[in-house]
Design a protein around this ligand. Sequence first.
Ligand SMILES: NC(=O)CC[C@H](N)C(=O)O
Length: 333
Amino acid sequence: QTAGLPNVTILATGGTIAGTGATSTTTVGYTAATVGVQALIAAVPEITKVANVTGEQVFQIASENMGNEQWLILAKRVNALLAQPNVDGIVITHGTDTLEETAYFLDLVVKSRKPVVVVGSMRPSTALSADGPINLYNAVNLAGSPAAVGKGVLVAMNDQIHAARDVTKANTTTADTFRTAELGMIGYIQGGKPFFYRDVTRKHTVDTEFDISKLDALPQVDVAYAYANVGDVAVKALVAAGAKGLVHAGVGNGSLPAKTKPALVAARSQGVVIVRSARVGQGIVARNGEANDDQLDFVVSDTLSPQKARILLMLALTKTNSTKEIQRMFYTY
Ligand SMILES: NC(=O)CC[C@H](N)C(=O)O
């Protein structure tokens, strides 16, 4: 422990940042989640000069296998650590496929203003120009920075800082895949130092109404994806499988295809909460725009992507079944 340096805990969950390939040119077809947290830290000795770093292996998985169960375990560990006076910030290493979802979940349930930074990489640790080490170095600097306090959960990738709510993985394989397209990233990390240019306006962390401390499970919420020629098979199957909430990833401004709508109306009449989202990726789904939400008793997702609307709807359903209240939450978080 070096006096004067921030104390940062790295919670490792797997992903490509902990991945290894057969050769230095193996950038696809490698194995994710093989390198342990101590080896990750040892590979970037520079971080021990900027923080007192402690590592914990929480999971060792590819992030396509991340789920509600893991989120509850992770969030409880983050909250426990941040409640300790000797922890100044947390870095979570994570696969990139669902990184934005974990970040947004934590953004809604972490009860601390201390920095929480989620980081991954696109190239495995064995690859030429692996991006994991620089991303980890940047993330540790960010998590130890007073400038990151109170900003909500942050995603640090590719020298950029993104807010959890709005960032998305936007390219299958390139290193610049994390983008906050229209709303914009909130800062850069240059020379290990964060520079912020914007703030998030939506409530997060200590200002949300969600408390997962006593929860062992979350309500079942699924996503039904729309496309030309879609019918009602997916909606009916998801409801039959026990969904308490459904996010409809509609076309355009969240439009409801005529062959899908009756199944959604039937689901609502059985108590399933329906959130109209859009597969477009940008923009506000207008309430009472492409559907009469007041009459149908549906909720709109505002600008949340379907996968993030699913997270907010799960948490909303832990508090209420009122669509009016849930709509308020979608305009608040
Ligand atoms: N770049 C990555 O991290 C992708 C690896 C893996 N599919 C994961 O999300 O964990």
